[in-house]
Design a binder for this molecule. Structure first.
Ligand SMILES: [Zn+2]
Length: 265
């Protein structure tokens, strides 16, 4: 027995060129099977491709499920009220020049969110109940989350202040700085119902601390209010208003009667 044979003993043999034979797949009919090594024959190429497509589809579904889960988490954390969840720019009814202006502002703010995020530029939406302030603010938030991967938090201002005050109670699960962090972390904070009088100067101070922290981090805040611009300014206080002006924040008037109930959200 020569050396080559000794090596080959019990080892598969490579066929060069490969062996070939006709074979038949129950599903796809005749094909040419190849044997490159020993007695291992290739299967139906059509079946192989179908299996690969199934694996690809499975992987795509898995990726989509992950993305969906991530999206619902992001949406869940955003605190957007249920009835405003479907708000979009397309769904906003703009008939008058003022309404068109408000819509265009909101669209521009959302599309430009990378720069908004870098500059911390905020905005104040002022006008009657039912004029679509929340609708446009939520549409901005949705766009920022979807297209820019931003974190967004929507909250009435009183609840924001209360979330911090609650930590002063004995046995609170959160520390004050943790509660402040909840409000300073999001890339975009939307504070609703601004202008309702605070009970105390403490409360105004708490709000100032949050807004100041966001200001320092160049994180934009949107303010929504049913009150007049003067009342908003009085509630937020001179210092906050100064900083908003420095950042080039816009005041967007929603100066028309309510159309809630008339138009779809
Ligand atoms: Zn086949």
């Amino acid at each position: 027995m020569n050396l080559a044979n000794a090596f080959a003993k019990g080892m598969p043999v490579i066929h060069r060129p490969p062996l070939d034979r006709e074979d038949v797949c129950d599903e796809h009919g005749a094909y040419v099977a190849l044997c490159h090594l020993g007695s291992v024959w290739t299967g139906c190429p059509m079946c192989a491709r179908a299996a690969e497509e199934r694996r690809d589809a499975q992987e795509a579904r898995r990726q989509k499920d992950l993305a969906d889960a991530e999206w619902s988490q992001r949406l869940g954390r955003a605190g957007i009220p249920e009835r405003f969840m479907r708000c979009s720019f397309d769904g906003y009814v703009a008939n008058t020049p003022m309404q068109v202006q408000a819509l265009e502002f909101a669209k521009g703010y959302a599309r430009d969110f990378e720069r908004v995020r870098a500059s911390g530029r905020g905005a104040i939406f002022v006008g009657n109940v039912g004029t679509g302030k929340t609708h446009l603010a939520v549409a901005i938030g949705m766009h920022a989350m979807r297209r820019h991967g931003a974190s967004v938090l929507f909250m009435p201002v009183q609840r924001a202040v209360r979330s911090i005050k609650d930590t002063w109670a004995r046995g609170s699960a959160m520390t004050e700085s943790q509660a402040v962090a909840v409000l300073t972390y999001p890339d975009l904070l939307i504070l609703d119902e601004v202008g309702v009088q605070f009970g105390s100067d403490y409360e105004r101070q708490v709000l100032f601390d949050v807004l100041n922290e966001r200001y320092e981090r160049r994180k934009p805040t949107l303010f929504l209010s049913n009150k007049t611009q003067d009342e908003v300014a009085a509630t937020l206080g001179e210092r906050v208003m100064d900083r908003l002006r420095e950042d080039g924040a816009a005041v967007v008037p929603f100066d028309w009667p309510s159309h809630r109930g008339r138009a779809a959200q």
